[in-house]
Design a protein around this ligand. Sequence first.
Ligand SMILES: [Zn+2]
Ligand SMILES: [Zn+2]
Length: 335
Amino acid sequence: MMRAVVLQGPRKVQIAELPVPTPGEDQIVVQVHACGVCGTDVHIYKGEYLGDYPVIPGHEFAGEVVELGPGVRAFKRHDRVAVEPNLSCGKCRFCGINEQNFCENWRAIGVTLPGAMAEYVLVPVRAAFDIGDLPYESAAFMEPLSCVLHGMQKLDVRYGENVLVIGAGPIGILLAQVARDCGAARVVVADRIASRLALAGEIGEAVNTGGGFGAVEELMPGGYDAVIDATGVPAVIERTIGLARHGGRVLLFGVAPNDAVAKMRPFDIFRKGLHIYSSYTSLRNSVQALDLLRSGRVDVRKLVSHRLPLEQFEHAINLLSSPEGAMKMQIKPNG
Ligand SMILES: [Zn+2]
Ligand SMILES: [Zn+2]
């Protein structure tokens, strides 16, 4: 038997005893050693998301292979892996044009399938990636970093550019690190939570927007080459247009509530000739993400602010929604 977080319905968390899954063909069982808590888990918790209940959440994870299904040769017991939770069908129109992130038969571990807020989780072999000796805590960032890389590939930050990242949570920090590594001359990271700005200051220039965006504007009076929203807050999204330079680019990365409305003047977008991008999950970015983590080029070690047992899942969800702004919280189902 194993312990798992089971969401029986919106805001109904249960720590359940369930049978350890048995791997079928092309499946492995992974003992979970680190699983990140993210905004998607909050959506699932609050009942604002796609899948059905009951569900075991947890989609940002790494662990040890402990059981192999019949015919599995790509892995052996005790291999250390990180998992790409999004599973595409390979047969629909979107898969056919290599845009698997829009797969019509999309499924995801921790969203529509049992996830990693459990001692053990069932994983299709094709979703598992060998992490070598990368620490589990770092490897659990493979999925969020993949999403960041997908967005940054669209934004295409070029050498010598001035980039603004709004939001200094774990995702904002990753976006800022990648922007700096792409050769940005200047990376400004803004947040209104002072405690989050310490890490931001290690990557670029940290600006506290508690009193508004005046200081952000003063740093680049002509506007930024690229502006990234990593908050999903409509009032912040509304500011991005004004903060970008003429001919500049905006990436809307943060996920807004699904019924939120932001006001923008289309004329401003026209007059500035802006390019506006969005980014939906990731697209085959796991290998890159792991390479970046392994090389230390993207450093996630300081991003983990809480390491919690399974029983603290609901506490973590509440912390994530609190104004204090925790950084990345990880659940350690196996201690
Ligand atoms: Zn996530
Ligand atoms: Zn498909």
